[in-house]
Design a protein around this ligand. Structure first.
Ligand code: TNX
Length: 534
């Protein structure tokens, strides 16, 4: 009898100890788990606690370099604040974090499943890209202190549960205009870090415009020597060597982001016209003279320009040099761009005759195809003879966008009234323009890419891209102010299904990002629409 009582007591005690190991997650941990942006397809909270210990190890298939690379990115992300070594374990059983390629995870190549039990974190996906997105989610459900750059004395706890996730659209991008003001390689890498945090997968670089030419073209060196020598406001400008551009492309690729390079043609071309006399209609035009003496609002095509007017310059269709120039540029650019796209601009060619414009688009599309790439152009390219090989980027005109769709082109949605990151938030914004609209966070969130333009087959819409034009921005702080908090809102428009997201549910999730941004030193705009967490 005594023995039975004793045994029962031991059993009860063991059960109590085992149970108490499965601690209940605090409100803060639960909030982290439930505040992921973009909103995941399905998040099931179990509400116990996983703790990452100093002895923790990782497991990733050693035969897959891409999987190992994602594991190493997680290690690098965790290292500064934890100072944990996180070596590789010999088996999955021993590891704290397990990466697994699993074709059974549903939702396409970018899908992932993140499973947090009190013993282990499992990230599974059909591809390394999915694993990378899983890591971005893991980052967000960890305490914000994980973003600190020095070691923190704290318990690294996460609420347990399962997140199953996949994107709505395959194109979730942002454009950075490095032509109006130049941004260094390091600044572009920061931009990549920011878009990657919110699972975007395209970086469109606007590499040329009236005010600056930013990519080295070996066969036309003056483009950068002269055309790259200035910027809006008369600063010294700058450009990327082909090697630096490739470094950016690689940095992006490591984060599963495709770089789309844009050379704006046949308008927005003044930097090139001022670099080579022979590209001008009037070859007597003196090159490389900054149009200082003239009103900056009255640009002179063929002289370096540092104002912000648009639509005054054009290539000349009857000039034989024009096509040699475009062909050389596109060939060199295609050779250093592993991604499948070349963007030829095509916007606001106000001083190009319509018949010439149509002929230009035709020639450009053949050249782009000849270099094995797919042509993207702003929606005005719909005026040309485009077909399903082309992608049109909608920004302003639903007529052009519809016309492009009718001709079979695919569409990228960048409606200027909703997702132009260079628009002011309101009349008091210290940076930005307002020709399209004032864009508060709700405007960039509350829309549906599939129905924005009536009559377009939803299947033709590739996704969403948020452009940041550079007329008013000069520093990374300026970029951050316009990106945050609208970029995460637009990332959710591109990633999460329409039915799964509401403004009321989004606001507190966005507000919960603030401690992370502060820790990262991100200078965000504290919109009064959002309940910012302190
Ligand atoms: C229009 S959007 C432009 C750019 C300007 C921008 C400023 C588009 C295709 N063209 O040249 O930088 O407005 O918001």
């Amino acid at each position: 009898m005594k023995n039975i009582v004793h045994r029962t007591m031991v059993f009860v005690l063991t059960a109590v100890i085992a149970f108490s190991c499965k601690e209940k997650a605090s409100e803060e941990l639960i909030k982290n788990f439930q505040s992921v942006v973009p909103k995941p397809v399905k998040a099931t909270l179990e509400g116990e606690v996983f703790e990452l210990l100093p002895t923790a190890s990782l497991y990733a298939d050693s035969t897959r370099a891409d999987v190992r690379q994602v594991a190493e990115q997680l290690r690098a992300m965790l290292a500064p604040a934890t100072s944990f070594e996180l070596p590789y374990a010999k088996s999955a059983e021993e590891a704290a974090v397990v990466f697994k390629i699993d074709p059974a995870v549903q939702g396409g190549p970018e899908a992932y499943r993140l499973q947090v039990s009190h013993k282990q974190i499992n990230i599974s996906a059909p591809s390394a890209a999915g694993l990378f997105f899983g890591v971005q989610t893991l980052r967000q459900i960890m305490p914000a202190a994980i973003e600190r750059s020095e070691k923190q004395a704290m318990h690294w706890q996460i609420a347990t549960g399962t997140i199953e996730d996949a994107p709505r659209y395959g194109w979730r991008g942002s454009m950075l205009d490095v032509a109006r003001h130049f941004f260094s390689v390091e600044e572009v890498k920061k931009y990549i870090d920011y878009i990657a945090m919110y699972k975007m997968n395209v970086l469109h670089l606007h590499l040329s415009d009236d005010q600056g030419w930013r990519i080295e073209i070996n066969s036309w060196p003056n483009l950068t020597v002269i055309g790259g020598s200035t910027e809006v406001g008369g600063g010294e400008g700058g450009y990327y060597t082909q090697k630096q551009y490739q470094e950016i492309v690689q940095y992006a690729a490591d984060r599963f982001i495709t770089v789309v390079p844009e050379i704006d043609l046949p308008g927005h071309i003044n930097a090139a016209l001022s670099s080579y006399e022979e590209l001008n209609h009037n070859p007597d035009m003196k090159k490389a003279v900054v149009a200082k003496e003239v009103d900056p609002n009255k640009p002179v095509a063929g002289k370096l320009y540092t104002g912000v007017e648009v639509g005054f310059s054009t290539l000349h269709i009857k000039n034989d040099m024009t096509f040699k120039f475009v062909d050389d540029v596109l060939r060199e650019l295609a050779a250093i761009t592993p991604g499948p796209y070349l963007h030829i601009g095509g916007d606001e060619a106000h001083v190009t005759k319509k018949e010439d414009y149509i002929a230009f688009i035709d020639r450009f599309s053949k050249m782009v195809e000849g270099y094995g790439k797919k042509m993207i152009g702003w929606e005005e390219i719909a005026q040309g003879q485009i077909n399903s090989n082309a992608i049109a980027q909608h920004w302003h005109s639903s007529e052009y966008a519809s016309m492009a769709a009718q001709k079979g082109a695919q569409l990228i949605m960048s409606p200027s009234k909703l997702v132009y990151l260079d628009m002011k938030y309101d009349s008091l914004s210290k940076l930005g323009l307002n020709w399209a609209a004032y864009i508060e966070v709700d405007s960039s969130y509350l829309w549906n890419p599939a129905t924005r333009i009536a009559g377009i087959d939803a299947k033709q819409i590739l996704g969403v891209e948020a452009p940041l034009w550079g007329e008013t921005i000069e520093t990374l702080d300026d970029i951050e102010y316009l990106l945050f908090p609208r970029l995460p809102a637009i990332a959710e428009v591109g990633w999460s299904t329409q039915e799964s997201r509401t403004w009321e549910d989004f606001k507190p999730r966005l507000g919960a990002q603030a401690p992370r941004w502060k820790t990262l030193g991100i200078d965000y705009y504290p919109s009064a629409q959002i309940p910012w967490q302190q």
